[in-house]
Ligand binder design. Structure first.
Ligand SMILES: [Zn+2]
Length: 692
């Protein structure tokens, strides 16, 4: 069965015969391909269930076309020298099929594009769904946070000063997010000290203003509260938690991407409103003097406190999402590493005292190189005037800005005897530091304006993993890494998350893995030079850096460097579900090559993508870029010399979805481990619980 797929063609053979690469070029010559004649997995169920935006016409059109084509393929493939008429017939098939359904297809697709899709997007627009939301009546300009962490009594005592500018005239209350686990003990005006009435219920805090506020007014309100600190192992799903460090000392940490910061400090939570980033945040942290406390921003001073306690103060000069604020109190020490020209910058690593040797070993050789690469790919680090820091955490990781949580290189993220699902990643490329640090560019400096655009955080950070793997191990491993990422993509869902009320509802693994694939394919379409220029321009654009952006903003930047329209690309890959499943067939006659590109998922093909094909000729290698268009999938190429082999190398750059059946890779590289997929799947299932 596998013989006809990768025919061995003697170099002297003038007519190499019929080639058939199904879906993806084998990673290695010895790869075993078992799926070429199986019915595609996506057709085992009615297609409209799996692809909600598909039209019914495809459902009826696909099986017939496919069946005919598949039977032709298998017939032709079995023939050692297929006769010319049947080859031509094969190459004509898609055209016949397309004509028959053309009008119906066009009408249905137009309906989906012009009516359903805009309605879907409009329905999800934050402007519409948030009309009347009292949290949009003001804009937070800054927070002053005063935290006192007492692990002995499991208590966080806090005072949050909210500085806000009113944007809606006539409001008589200031409505904030405050989880029910907070005990609000008092609210007062910051300047006058006047106590203000408040109501705290259903995770909202409504503060009565002394008199109605007008647009342009500034409000300064101090919220005092306490919060019990629960015993929490792993990611603090309660926002804040305490566990024991290996030496028995208390270890308090926070993490709240999928719960919201308001579960440990009252605020206008980015969990609901990512578009309102405060311009600055000042944090004052008090903790027992046997421990050390670290948080975001630049350390400005350590101040005297009452006996037995220490206090330090930190400042964030730049806007941030509220979930990026974090505190860590435990038996920490700090390692410093000079960085940059003449060591002008410093990298800080806050780690448990007993882990300094391991941290030194893991971080010092790798992190500077990682930062240099990121600055090269994405633009300068945005927060040098605050700090760059990694902080050891009892959970896998989180992109807390300038205090990035990383756990799994240390043994304390797991219970005794529990296998480490991330050990593979950490061993080969320091996975968690790579992913979470990338968020300093993608998510922390440039943030999504709406959680429907969550992939601007996670897809970019995930593609940074792939870029880093490529940097370390070369392009073959890049493609292998991307192939692995495609295993768990849910093709029935889009990358854009249209129906959501908050970050948790918008959270889906497609924003990671399909998001990364979108960038991978965009790089392929645009070319490396233009792609990386666009990434840097997008990240450093003053409209977006320290602010918010949308997919449309990113598209516009890409189009500027691409010098062409990319709306088709973003429409098919971000706003629509699904993916093609291209198979390429060809025949060679001297220096003439006929190619047929068949999408076995959607027929006729709905995806537009370039397909790079290399022709190995007797005079050398020729590279051609074919544009596979909806309804156009046959090509004729004329080489400068007789063609020996045809290699559709572009296939590996195109997402073709989850694999079915067993794929066995035989490779000389130790990099590919049998445990890889297991760990990936395991990590996927645990993703909500280990990190973001
Ligand atoms: Zn992430």
């Amino acid at each position: 069965n596998s013989k006809h797929q990768t025919p061995r063609i003697p170099a002297s053979e003038p007519f190499p015969g019929f080639g058939n690469f199904f879906c993806r070029i084998p990673f290695h010559n010895r790869s075993v391909r078992t799926d070429s004649t199986q019915w595609p997995e996506c057709h085992t169920r009615p297609q409209r269930l799996r692809y909600p935006l598909c039209t019914g016409a495809q459902d009826s059109a696909v099986p017939g076309c496919l069946q005919r084509r598949f039977s032709k393929v298998s017939q032709l493939s079995k023939q050692k020298s297929p006769s010319p008429p049947s080859r031509r017939e094969f190459l004509r098939l898609p055209t016949v099929c397309a004509k028959r359904e053309h009008v119906k297809q066009f009408a249905k697709r137009a309906f989906v594009l012009l009516v359903l899709f805009p309605a879907l997007i409009a329905n999800a627009s934050p402007r519409r769904s948030r009309r009347g939301d009292p949290r949009t009546f003001y804009d937070v300009t800054s927070y002053i946070l005063d935290f006192r962490v007492d692990p002995g009594s499991h208590l966080l005592r806090g005072a949050v000063t909210v500085n806000a500018r009113v944007v809606r005239s006539g409001i008589d209350s200031l409505v904030l997010d405050a989880g029910d686990s907070l005990q609000i003990t008092g609210v007062r005006e910051a300047v006058s000290g006047q106590s203000l009435k408040f109501k705290h219920a259903s995770n909202r805090l409504s503060v009565a203003l002394p008199h109605p506020a007008e647009a342009g007014d500034t409000l300064q309100v101090v919220l005092e509260y306490t919060r019990s600190i629960p015993e929490q192992f792993g990611l603090a799903t309660t926002g804040i938690g305490v566990t024991k460090a290996p030496g028995g000392e208390p270890w308090v940490t926070t993490s709240c991407q999928l719960t919201g910061a308001h579960w440990w400090w009252p605020c206008k939570a980015s969990f609901f409103h990512p578009e309102d980033k405060p311009d600055s945040i000042r944090i004052r942290l008090t903790f027992p003097d046997t421990l050390f406390g670290v948080t975001n921003g630049r350390l400005v001073r350590e101040v005297a406190s009452e006996p037995g306690w220490k206090t330090n103060e930190w400042i964030l000069h730049h806007p941030r999402l509220t979930y990026l604020v974090a505190l860590y109190v435990g038996p920490y020490t700090v390692l410093k590493q000079p960085f940059g020209e003449n060591g002008s910058d410093t990298l800080f690593y806050y780690v448990l005292r007993q882990d300094t040797a391991k941290a030194h070993r893991e971080f010092f050789p790798r992190i500077p190189d990682e930062l240099r690469q990121y600055q090269d790919w994405f633009g300068p680090f945005a927060f040098w005037d605050e700090k760059f820091a990694l902080v050891q955490s009892p959970y896998a990781g989180m992109e807390h800005s300038t205090a990035v949580a990383v756990g799994p290189i240390f043994p304390h993220t797991l219970r005794p005897g529990e296998p480490n699902p991330l050990s593979w990643y950490e061993e080969y490329f320091n996975f968690m530091a790579v992913h979470e640090v990338a968020h300093e560019w993608w998510g922390n400096a440039v943030s999504a304006r709406d959680w429907g655009e969550f992939w601007l955080h996670e897809g970019f950070a995930t593609y940074a993993e792939a870029l880093w793997v490529e940097h370390l191990y070369g392009p073959e491993i890049l493609h292998e890494y991307m192939a692995r990422l495609s295993f768990r993509i849910d093709s029935s869902r889009t990358v854009y998350q249209p129906r959501h009320k908050n970050a948790r509802e918008a959270y889906h693994l497609n924003i990671y893995w399909k998001g990364a694939w979108v960038l991978h394919m965009l790089r392929y379409v645009m070319g490396d030079s233009q792609f990386f220029q666009a990434l840097r321009a997008f990240n450093t654009d003053p409209r977006f850096r320290y602010g918010n952006a949308t997919t449309a903003d990113f598209q516009a930047v890409c189009e500027r460097f691409y010098h062409g329209d990319l709306s088709w690309f973003f429409l098919q890959w971000i706003y629509r579900p699904g993916h093609p499943h291209f198979s390429v067939n060809w025949e060679v006659n001297g220096s003439d090559v006929k190619l047929a590109v068949h999408d076995t998922t959607f027929s006729p093909n709905q995806f537009r993508m370039p397909l790079d094909v290399i022709l190995d000729t007797k005079a050398g290698e020729e590279r051609h870029r074919l544009w596979v268009e909806p309804g156009l999938d046959t090509f004729e190429l004329k080489a400068k010399a007789p063609v020996v082999t045809v290699r559709p190398v572009g296939l590996r750059w195109i997402l073709d979805g989850p694999k079915t059946g067993t794929m066995t890779y035989f490779t000389d590289l130790d990099f590919i481990k049998g445990t890889f997929l297991d760990s990936l799947v395991f990590t996927n299932d645990r993703k909500l619980f280990v990190g973001g």
